[in-house]
Design a protein around this ligand. Sequence first.
Ligand SMILES: Cc1ncc(COP(=O)(O)O)c(C=O)c1O
Length: 395
Amino acid sequence: MPFQNFIPPRRLLLGPGPSMVHPRVLRALSTPLLGHLDPAFLALMDDIQTLLRVVFQTKNRFTIAVSGTGSAGMEASIANIVEPGDTVIVGVNGVFGTRLASMVERCGGKAIRVEAPWGQIVEPDAIDTALRRSGPVKAVAIVHAETSTGVWQPLEPIAHLCRTHDTLFIVDAVTSMGGAPLEIDRWGIDVCYSATQKCLSCPPGLSPFTLSDRAFAAIKARRNPCQSWYLDMALIADYWTEGARAYHHTAPISMLYGLREALRLVEEEGLPARFARHQLNSDALLAGLTGLGFPPLPPAGQRLPMLTCVTVPASIPETEIRANLLSTYGIEIGGGLGPLKGKVWRIGLMGESSTEAHVLTLLNALEELLIRGGWLSTPGVGLQAAARIYSRRNS
Ligand SMILES: Cc1ncc(COP(=O)(O)O)c(C=O)c1O
């Protein structure tokens, strides 16, 4: 029997990514292909670099989109900077810091893990202590927005420490880029990678990536070639940044069309307005969830504006409710990972997903399910709490 057309069910994507995609991006994805060395395509790459520099807030010449998802950017950062025997200090307070440390070790480096409980930031003082106690350190690596816990890691104090100790600073901005301030040059970040499917609201498949001049010089001065040929930035530079536009691998043409359009949308909205939108909607969502009896995991002042992580009381069947949200209302939210499995919900309001309508739709659906199951008796508490946040904006 022939396979039928695949028609995806309608979904509201409010999980930890991917986020909703604007119709303009979907349209761009379906436009006719060009060759990856066609002058018209090379001009599109120039546009992407210019737009990425705006969102990264950098003048870095080496600012590109790595082929592959956020993990490709993570792997590119570590594989290019770390040589066998190098020491890297890694902040570990969730899934993605854990992965960074593991990648350092796979590259033959020594990872010094500076750990913090899941749900809390890595204290800059702890990084300072590790820098003082260790011998020469090649780099410090940390996650800006820890998607597994909803924690917002402050970067500026750590960047300052990296300058003082003359070490490179690697930052995972997969979830934060385009949804919260990220200032590569002003803060002094040397290596930063992101992903398209979070606050940039493009499908997954590319990893925005930037290198400071000193990071690129460190890559050029490597004693051994990068262990990954595909992600070797010294080779990829010939296609993206060094003017030669020489073939390395076939560029994911359609994805780059989509990214250009997604970045145009970011630029049209403006970064300050975009950050304010993410903050407002997350404040309203959190007020609503707290009203419904789901307290936030991270403490005040450390909560991400694009990913809200709340604790689910043991009396509430978290998997069942999450499954019902999907099957009855078509709404996707995320569950917990690792030690937080079954204990938290992770709700993403990223890029196109971050709207007042989506917040109210989710709170309404959640209230319905809680009332139906007998876990909530007062209808409207969540919605009213969220509405109060929105009305403050209007007054
Ligand atoms: C903070 C962080 N880093 C890295 C990744 C890996 O990105 P990807 O799944 O796009 O490979 C993710 C994915 O959710 C993430 O949230």
